[in-house]
Ligand binder design. Structure first.
Ligand SMILES: CC(C)(COP(=O)(O)OP(=O)(O)OC[C@H]1O[C@@H](n2cnc3c(N)ncnc32)[C@H](O)[C@@H]1OP(=O)(O)O)[C@@H](O)C(=O)NCCC(=O)NCCS
Length: 245
């Protein structure tokens, strides 16, 4: 399903209606004073991971991503960002842990280049993906490596001027799917098919009923493509753009 989105200024008080998904678009090149504020909210293992990035810009994007995630979660939960604890699924999918382990709030995040997307909903698993569009990456050679046979055939059948868009729609939809199920790359990429055109959809998945899952495009803007995957259907997707303050 396609989602024509408007990225709005968020309201002061956040509330998630039943069946609704909130998606936040955040630029990760944050000013130093905010990076410092975010760093103060991170836990030891996050600071350790940040310290392992070779380049400052990658470290800063990681700190901004984790800091914003904590800030947004804390707004939905009415708590302080530094109080949050995470748990991780068998393949690394983060979820709320500690005192919020039983919360109904679900989330997922993705970052690429200087952009991040964060998705939040209640009681429904989410997978979100953003990718920086690089035209030279959208080749048949790369498609053969990552896409299913059916997806490669669809890619090759697209008019040449539609191939870059089709490639990144396929990539982000596949990535959102492997993230909603939490398997990451443990889910073989050739064991499910997504559409490359409209509407966004999971066409087939080995051993499961594809109609259980919904895919949505997120028009991120600039040189970015985005997709959201949810189990079941959503009643609405509200998109917020967070400005650096
Ligand atoms: C683990 C994986 C989810 C990472 O994806 P990615 O595109 O490298 O990175 P993204 O920014 O989209 O997502 C990373 C975030 O997803 C979350 N995440 C990690 N493991 C996850 C999992 N198993 N399921 C869902 N979300 C996961 C984390 O919040 C992570 O952020 P962090 O690194 O700051 O902790 C996995 O899908 C992967 O390694 N993909 C590699 C890219 C690829 O080959 N894609 C093929 C598409 S056709």
């Amino acid at each position: 399903m396609s989602q024509a989105v408007t990225w709005s200024e968020p309201p002061v008080s956040l509330s998630l209606a039943t069946g609704e998904v909130h998606v936040w678009r955040v630029e990760l090149n944050q000013p130093d004073h905010l990076l410092e504020k975010y760093r103060e909210t991170l836990e030891e293992h996050e600071l350790h991971r940040a310290s392992r990035f070779h380049f400052d810009k990658h470290r800063n994007c990681y700190v901004a991503g984790r800091g914003v995630l904590r800030q947004l979660l804390s707004q939905y939960l009415g708590t302080k960002p530094e109080r949050l604890r995470f748990s991780y699924g068998a393949h690394g999918k983060p979820a709320l842990g500690g005192e919020h382990e039983n919360s109904r709030l679900r989330f997922n995040m993705s970052h690429s280049h200087e952009m991040a997307l964060f998705a939040f909903a209640e009681d429904t698993e989410l997978g979100v993906d953003v990718e920086h569009i690089r035209t030279d990456f959208a080749s048949e050679e790369v498609a053969r490596r990552f896409f299913s046979r059916r997806e490669v055939e669809t890619f090759n059948a697209l008019p040449q001027h539609e191939q870059v868009v089709g490639f990144f729609k396929c990539w982000t939809r596949k990535e959102a799917f492997i993230k909603v199920i939490g398997l990451g790359l443990s889910q073989p990429l050739n064991q499910f098919d997504v559409t490359l055109e409209q509407p966004a959809a999971l066409l087939w998945v080995s051993g499961d009923d594809a109609s259980r899952w919904s895919l949505y495009d997120l028009e991120v803007g600039g040189d970015y493509a985005g997709a959201l995957a949810v189990e079941g259907q959503v009643s609405g997707i509200r998109c917020w753009h967070m400005r650096s303050r």
